[in-house]
Design a protein around this ligand. Structure first.
Ligand code: ZN
Length: 267
């Protein structure tokens, strides 16, 4: 609904401890192609540009079973676009060599505007209607609405834009072992969740087939087994949600309601 990129258009997600203030859907005139309609009805390609502050690089590499962690994001994108008559070509970088390091910014807090300003400084190619691009920023410090750091916020999707930020300190603190498997899954599942918002879920551009929006928490699903559920009961619940995926090797985290929405809207 908004035309400007302000803090109110940030969808805050995957809170470990604090309450989720949700987000409102909007569009920004800077990103005319960043619409659910374009993604599910016409775009031919979907690719990512990934930037990280030195020292806050994304997790890369593979599980003991040989699955690349970035397969989780890729598999979920493939699943959500399976209903297109011609699914878009999806390109997800999986090694640090395919991502871009930027100097440490020395910030402890990031507002939505700060993230947009960083994006303006570093982004490469612009999206077009045919070639959709998303921009993922891995940052030190915490998200802030302007009134102090939100230490429980792992990631944000700036609504109406293709910009996502992941707060690496929060990812690292999400498991008993900061270099264990859990933070790696937390990072990937947060990317899936934020991409879900950016693509138009829940009821954030892609209309619902069945009523499953947790309206008290914005663009989230009422299905506790869906990656778009608002994780409101702390780190142990998120870890528990992810444990099923860690033990089974399954990667697709969308609930059936979200997939049904994608199917209903795809052309
Ligand atoms: Zn969310």
């Amino acid at each position: 609904m908004g035309k400007t990129l302000l803090g109110s258009f940030v969808t805050i997600c995957f809170l470990l401890t604090a309450s989720c203030s949700g987000g409102s859907s909007g569009s920004d005139s800077s990103f005319p192609y960043s619409t659910a309609k374009n993604y599910f009805k016409s775009t031919a390609t979907i690719s990512m540009e990934i930037y990280y502050e030195t020292g806050s690089e994304p997790f890369t590499g593979a599980t003991a079973g040989g699955m690349n962690y970035w397969d989780i994001l890729e598999d979920n994108l493939t699943a959500i676009f399976q209903y297109r008559s011609t699914p878009p070509t999806i390109t997800v970088p999986k090694t640090l060599a395919e991502m871009t390091s930027i100097p440490a910014q020395g910030k402890t807090e990031w507002t939505g505007i700060d993230i947009v300003n960083l994006h303006k400084q570093y982004h490469g190619q612009l999206p077009s209607s045919r070639d959709s691009r998303f921009y993922l920023y891995f940052l030190d410090g915490n998200y802030s609405t302007g009134s102090g750091p939100e230490t429980g916020v792992i990631g944000v999707s700036l609504s109406g834009t293709p910009i996502i930020a992941i707060f690496k300190d929060v990812v690292r603190s999400s498991g008993m072992n900061p270099n264990g498997v859990v933070p790696r899954y937390v990072e990937q599942s947060t990317l899936v969740h934020e991409m879900g918002h950016a693509l138009g879920f829940v009821n954030n551009g892609v209309p619902m087939v069945t009523a499953h929006q947790d309206t008290a928490h914005g663009a989230h699903s009422t299905n506790t087994d869906c990656v778009m559920y608002w994780m409101n009961e702390g780190a142990s619940d998120l870890s528990q949600f992810l444990q099923n995926y860690i033990s089974s090797g399954d990667t697709v985290m969308w609930g059936p309601e979200v997939l049904q929405d994608a199917q209903g809207y795809s052309e």
